[in-house]
Design a protein around this ligand. Structure first.
Ligand code: AMP
Ligand code: MN
Ligand code: MN
Length: 317
């Protein structure tokens, strides 16, 4: 583990960034660290860089201060959270040119891209790792809330196997701050807009099983996204729903990002390691949740993935 405040002692400018298409853990971890550093280092200029998060995350304090474009000057220290530098988007040059680069992440595919790395593939979330680094007497309810949101999103509300006794102990500590945890779970995790439900319905309806019912796949093309005026964020949760199909060991969901280009999300059980497959195709993630971008027709993509999944399922028997 790193000594957070020691690592950044004397820094006048600090940047924080997370991955493109930021999810709850990414937003929660970045905002918690941002709020904490602003509080502990009032003399420093602390800035947070992210693509605009989904509206549901507006409940986190300080999100209106997020910068979506990089500034000209690189900071003394830059934190890359919940990803490696290749996924930082607009903030990538700031990280690369920073005096000190700190990488904090829980992705098994991340080898560490900073001058200081704190990588723990056992951690449920980057938010859980950030919690470990904070001095508890300097925490407050807003920081606790941001971390809690991060943890519920990456654990599927403490359901996925990345949830550990430590995760639950940290969640319990965070609950002591007295925010409305039940409302947060309902509004940021389960609630969907009508349009989100409609698209999920379409994706489920048009999904199909392959590899003898052990895999399921579905796709949303650009025409459908345009018809519903949907953004990528509106597709969250579809792949998890597909994985919940009885008998399925690997679920694939993809949406078209460009002509013959797809953003692929995979979810699996113990029997398939999707991090391995996503890494092979230039992406990454965790054993049971990973993603990558792939080119070709929908059928090319399915065939390419299918070969790898089939091989793993055969080896497993
Ligand atoms: P997603 O399917 O996009 O929800 O991603 C599942 C997990 O894999 C998340 O932890 C992502 O951060 C990670 N992931 C998704 N795409 C990539 C990628 N291209 N490179 C590395 N990790 C990824
Ligand atoms: Mn993430
Ligand atoms: Mn994460």
């Amino acid at each position: 583990m790193i000594q957070l405040l020691n690592e950044i002692k004397g820094a006048a400018t600090i940047g924080i960034g997370g991955h493109i298409r930021p999810d709850g853990d990414c937003v929660g971890a970045c905002m918690a660290l941002y709020l904490y550093l602003k509080k502990c280092m009032p003399e420093a200029d602390v800035r947070v860089y992210l693509e605009r998060p989904a509206d549901i995350f507006d409940t986190i304090a300080g999100t209106e201060e997020i910068r979506t474009q990089a500034d000209a000057q690189a900071p003394d220290v830059f934190f890359a959270l919940d990803c490696e530098s290749s996924r930082l988007g607009a903030a990538k040059p700031l990280f690369e040119q920073a005096g000190k680069k700190i990488n904090i992440d829980h992705h098994i595919s991340n080898m560490g891209c900073g001058t200081v790395n704190y990588i723990d593939a056992q951690a449920s979330s980057t938010s859980e790792m950030i919690y470990r680094l904070l001095e508890k007497e300097r925490m407050d309810a807003e920081i606790a809330k941001a971390l809690y949101i991060g943890m519920i999103h990456d654990t599927g509300v403490f359901q996925y196997s990345n949830t550990s006794p430590e995760t639950m102990r940290i969640a319990a500590d965070l609950m002591e701050y007295g925010f409305d945890f039940s409302g947060l779970i309902a509004r940021t995790f389960y609630e969907k807009t009508y349009v989100q439900h409609q698209i999920m319905g379409r994706a489920l309806l048009e999904s199909f099983l392959f590899l003898h019912g052990r895999c399921i796949v579905s796709v949303v093309d650009r025409k459908l996204m345009e018809f519903y005026n949907a953004a990528p964020q509106d597709l969250d949760g579809i792949v998890s729903q597909l994985r919940d199909t009885r008998g399925v060991d690997c679920a694939i969901f993809m949406y078209e990002t460009d002509i013959m280009q797809y953003k692929v999300s995979m979810r699996s059980t113990d029997r398939v390691n999707v991090a391995e497959i996503a890494s092979y195709f230039g992406g990454g993630g965790h054993k049971k949740a990973a993603g990558c971008t792939m080119s070709g027709t929908f059928h090319d993509v399915v065939n390419n993935l299918s070969l790898h999944i089939e091989k793993q399922l055969q080896e497993e028997q």
